[in-house]
Unconditional design. Structure first.
Length: 588
């Protein structure tokens, strides 16, 4: 279905197209269906040879066009996992997300979320003390870092462990990640006894500690009898929001879970079977080619009218046999997983509704306090710089759904002297409001981090552009503590009084803090680019030497903070050139 602009706003499939389409235009309809019907200006049909092909085509079109009235679940489209860099002499154990780069490295996963990876990383560091630093940091150490001091690394950078012993630790870490815990325990127990027999009690105690940690980990983890890769999917609906909880089991080990929430409030309400069918096909279709992301079995908390369609569509698209176990077929252990997943997603949906309600309440209270009839969008401005250099203005936007990052904007401020915050703010607001006027996207409230001076400049900008806009500035008190800000409504001193516990004030603080964070991020990025540009302008520094410097020190800020002696240790950098580099970038 298309709107007047030719944009695809809904994609659907049906056995009987006449009945399906007629149902939208006849009889009583809910508000969302009514809105869809009013927006439809054209309909296009595609006839397929089978229902399986119709399902595949439907999901492909939804992914391509992301129609306004179709349910779409938010997904990062990428899985995190752990990588052991066996291509290095002393392999590191690191969090990794992306495509596999070096075939010599060993990858473990998938993990359902970042926290599951980081938890595993901490445990492995405690047990096997593998390094997790980048090569640039590792190659430039002259003494052990803090990780060694807290017994999370064996300090191979300073040769406090032999290559052979470190290789053994790496092998054992890989054994653990592969699920070979019993053989690993046997090996560690034998090593502890051998060391004790040789009266090497200190190392025997270290191995004993490894065994204790490993036993604690095994006791705390849920171990599944089957060694299959399994995904458990539980769908739930709370009011107008659908959610799906995915429990990830790989090689008999429960790695964790991940929530998927429908992010389209305008989407037509469908039944759970339709939503789950589309999610299953869509999710695994997006991850085809990633063998670790596609399980052998999928367990669901529904009974489908015809599971064969979905199974055939998956097998045809993924070229892999996948068994879908419905609720009626699930045994006691799988029913337990489904119940656990369903409770989790229901709690998540309720929490989301509570969050949405709280945010809406904050907007309503602030609108009442400011006497604004309709408060839908709030924008916040801040300026960030270092002693007047690399000045960046930032604008963030909040709606009743929270931060709207699609409308975040950064402005590089140039040709300023002495760090004139007023002039920088004036330029940023002017540029932003000029664009907002053209697009008819002016906010209902504009918040400025500052006092009466900053507010006066904003008032002048609005006057110059002929805009009537509600303005508010937030000046920190002498103690700079949250809740003690002064809220200026006009530059002549009219203020708004809100109690520190007032949720309307909390909303203003959230917008102010987010604008500050975004401005600071933009400023740091601009300053980093300036350092890189400065490096390239130094006589004698070409692309190769610049690359060597960055690889050696691990980043531009590290190059800036390096001493002349350290710079001169980089191949191809003489003392004279190191001195030029040092002097050129110290003031950046």
């Amino acid at each position: 279905m298309y709107n007047a602009s030719g944009e695809v706003i809904y994609v659907g499939k049906a056995k009987n197209l006449k009945n399906r389409v007629s149902s939208y235009f006849s009889g009583s309809k809910d508000a969302k269906t009514t809105a869809l019907v009013l927006a439809v200006k054209d309909i296009e049909f595609t006839i397929t040879l089978s229902e399986v092909e119709a399902l595949i085509l439907e999901c492909e079109l939804i992914q391509q066009y992301k129609p306004k009235y179709n349910i779409i679940f938010k997904d990062s489209k990428s899985y995190p996992y752990l990588v052991v860099t066996k291509s290095d002499k002393y392999p590191s154990l690191q969090y990794y997300r992306g495509t596999k780069k070096n075939p010599k490295d060993e990858y473990f996963g998938p993990y359902p979320n970042s926290q599951a990876v980081r938890d595993s990383l901490v445990l492995l560091q405690k047990m096997f003390r593998l390094r997790n630093c980048e090569n640039a940091f590792f190659n430039n150490r002259s003494r052990p870092c803090l990780q060694h001091q807290i017994k999370r690394c064996s300090a191979p950078c300073t040769k406090l462990i032999s290559v052979e012993d470190y290789a053994q630790d790496t092998k054992r870490a890989c054994q653990f990640l592969a699920g070979s815990t019993n053989s690993l325990l046997d090996e560690l127990s034998q090593k502890m006894h051998d060391l004790a027999a040789k009266e090497n009690y200190e190392q025997a105690a270290q191995v004993r500690d490894q065994i204790r940690i490993l036993n604690n980990v095994i006791d705390s983890q849920v171990i599944i009898g089957s060694d299959k890769n399994i995904d458990v999917l539980a769908i739930a609906q709370v009011e107008h929001i659908f959610g799906i909880q995915m429990l990830t089991i790989r090689k008999g080990r429960m790695l964790g879970s991940k929530s998927f929430i429908n992010q389209r409030p305008n989407a037509l309400v469908e039944n759970k079977e339709q939503v789950l069918t589309r999610f299953i096909f869509d999710h695994y279709f997006n991850h085809r080619g990633l063998s670790f992301a596609v399980p052998d079995e999928i367990v669901v908390n529904l009974n489908f009218h015809d599971i064969s369609q979905l199974t055939q569509a998956l097998q045809k698209s993924l070229n892999k046999k996948i068994n879908i176990i419905q609720l009626a077929q699930a045994r006691a252990d799988k029913i337990k997983w489904l119940q656990m997943s369903q409770q989790s997603i229901e709690s998540t949906l309720l929490a989301k509704l509570d969050k949405d309600f709280i945010l809406k309440s904050q907007f309503d209270k602030l609108a009442k306090a400011l006497d604004i009839e309709k408060l839908q969008t709030i924008q916040g401005f801040d300026i960030s710089h270092t002693m007047g250099d690399y000045t960046v203005g930032a604008c963030v936007e909040f709606t009743k759904k929270g931060p709207n990052k699609a409308n975040y904007r950064k402005f590089n401020i140039r040709n300023l002297t002495g760090g004139d915050d007023y002039l920088a703010l004036e330029e940023a607001i002017t540029r932003h409001l000029q664009q907002a006027l053209l697009k008819n996207t002016l906010p209902d409230l504009l918040i400025i981090d500052g006092g009466k001076g900053q507010l006066k400049r904003a008032e002048q900008v609005c006057a110059n552009l002929g805009i009537s806009l509600k303005l508010l500035s937030m000046a920190k008190g002498s103690s700079r503590k949250p809740g003690l800000e002064t809220l200026f409504l006009t530059s002549k001193g009219r203020t708004l009084e809100l109690e520190p516990s007032d949720s309307a004030l909390h909303l203003l603080q959230a917008v102010r803090d987010e604008s500050h964070r975004f401005a600071l991020t933009g400023h740091k990025s601009r300053r980093g680019k300036a350092i890189a540009s400065k490096l390239e302008q130094i006589p004698g520094i070409g692309p190769n030497k610049r690359t060597k410097l960055l690889q050696r020190f691990g980043g531009l800020n590290e190059v800036k903070n390096a001493s002349i002696e350290s710079l001169a240790k980089v191949p191809g950098i003489s003392i004279e050139l190191a001195t030029r580099i040092y002097n050129a970038i110290r003031d950046v």
